[in-house]
Write a protein that binds this ligand. Structure first.
Ligand code: GTP
Ligand code: MG
Length: 415
């Protein structure tokens, strides 16, 4: 089924790093959990519960269980911002190859909409005000459900959508759509509620106007709260510029201003990185062509503008750069923290087991021999965590380099 709808898994997608790191970390932490629980039982057997060692080790169990739980919930999160009608919802739909989010006249996004995957075969909605999932049988019904709900702009609706309909959802990417940045004054609470755990931000601008102060202010606030946020700028609706005589100059001007914004103003990228963060696209064309491609229908004449292939390829370049960026950021921020906590637990556990080992009398020697094995295996897990972090870093760096070379090559050709 997945082969038919354009959502076949891409084995070389950079997003796979995230899945691999997640599954390897999960195995390692399960191993740690076994050792902690064995050590706990052992200490309880020989010393009872009223001793220092037991009291230190016992809480480790909950800690490790907590890390495993958190790990399983970890995902890569991307948040979209921009002025109203710039095409935020359309960009997300094009990336998902599904018209999930309502867009256009009468379908202004009123609150935050999060799209995430599920193994279930039917989609459902989760809202702030209720624990009960609301079923959605079709996209049309979703649009009408969203338009009848009365929600404040800083509330969140989670659209949980079947993984097998969207590759990116299956790969653990969570999308967040937002109301127009020009509509609400409450940007601080938006950042606190929805942005602190975001791996990537996408600013959707439009071809007809340059970045406005509201958009800039928002990202100044974001970058003051998060150190070096990953920001992409999409200059959308580029199909509308094809007939403009000065399209080339306008593109150059957008490029210069956007680069200046990312490098000199926000200081979140250098000039080389900024090249790989600014794309001139048409989300509408990308969506139309993908939906038709997936349903194997021909595209109605007139729905794609002159030179559409350039914009479709710019959209794909954006997605590749995005996939590298989001998986790198998520592996680093999420798994590195887990890995550091895991190493600390292992170090403490080792110290305690060594102490107990030397403390105890010869009579227990046999039993302690077995404990020594445990300690050795803990050292092994410790090394595994080191290796995992190093390997992920290496692989990601290599891919980043490759993709950056490719994209800057394409960009150089385009400009
Ligand atoms: P709000 O939710 O109201 O803030 O808007 P939005 O940013 O989500 O924009 P939306 O995706 O709803 O798009 C607004 C309108 O612009 C829709 O009618 C889209 O079909 C159209 N649109 C989106 N992208 C493009 C594009 O690349 N080119 C053209 N020509 N139209 C586009
Ligand atoms: Mg919208």
């Amino acid at each position: 089924r997945s082969l038919e709808n354009g959502h076949n898994s891409l084995p070389n997608s950079p997003l796979k790093f995230f899945a691999r790191a997640k599954s390897r970390s999960n195995d390692i932490f399960k191993g740690i959990l076994d050792f902690v629980s064995e050590a706990e039982t052992f200490l309880q057997d020989i010393k009872g519960k009223e001793n220092e060692e037991y009291k230190v080790i016992h809480p480790f169990l909950e800690m490790v269980k907590g890390i495993i739980e958190k790990l399983n919930r970890d995902h890569m999160k991307v948040v979209f911002f921009g002025r109203t009608s710039n095409g935020k919802s359309t960009v997300i739909n094009a990336m998902l190859r599904n018209s999930i989010l309502p867009s256009g006249i009468g379908h202004t996004t009123h609150c935050f909409l999060q799209v995430e995957g599920t193994e279930a075969s039917e989609g459902f909605l989760l809202t702030d005000d209720s624990e009960d999932p609301k079923s959605i049988s079709s996209i049309k019904q979703l649009a009408s459900a969203l338009s009848t709900m009365k929600l404040k702009e800083n509330s969140l609706i989670r659209i949980v959508w079947p993984n097998d309909k969207c590759r990116l959802l299956k790969e653990d990417v969570v999308f967040v759509d937002s109301p127009g940045i020009d509509i609400t004054p409450d940007l601080d609470s938006w950042i606190d509620q929805f942005c602190l755990d975001a791996d990537v931000f996408v600013l959707v601008g439009n071809a007809e106007s340059t970045l406005m102060q509201t958009e800039k202010n928002f990202f100044h606030k974001v970058s003051s709260r998060l150190s070096k946020p990953n920001i992409f700028i999409l200059q959308n609706r580029w199909d509308l510029s094809v007939d403009e005589e000065d399209a080339y100059e306008v593109k150059e001007q957008h490029y210069t201003r956007n680069t200046h914004f990312l490098t000199d103003e926000l200081k979140v990228a250098d000039k080389q990185e900024a090249k790989n963060r600014i794309f001139f696209i048409s989300a509408k064309e990308a969506l139309i062509s993908r939906l038709h491609e997936d349903s194997k229908k021909s595209i109605p004449t007139g729905s794609l503008q002159k030179k559409f292939a350039e914009r479709l390829s710019a959209f794909e370049n954006f997605e590749t750069a995005f996939e590298v960026c989001i998986s790198r950021s998520a592996v680093q921020t999420k798994f590195q923290t887990h890995s550091e906590r895991g190493k600390k637990i292992i170090a403490d556990l080792k110290k305690i087991m060594m102490r107990t080992h030397t403390d105890c009398s010869k009579a227990c020697e046999d039993q302690f021999h077995k404990r020594k094995e445990t300690i050795d295996e803990l050292s092994y897990l410790d090394k595994q965590l080191d290796l995992l972090t190093e390997e992920m870093k290496q692989k990601i760096e290599n891919t980043v380099e490759k993709v950056e070379k490719h994209v800057s090559f394409v960009l150089n050709e385009e400009i």
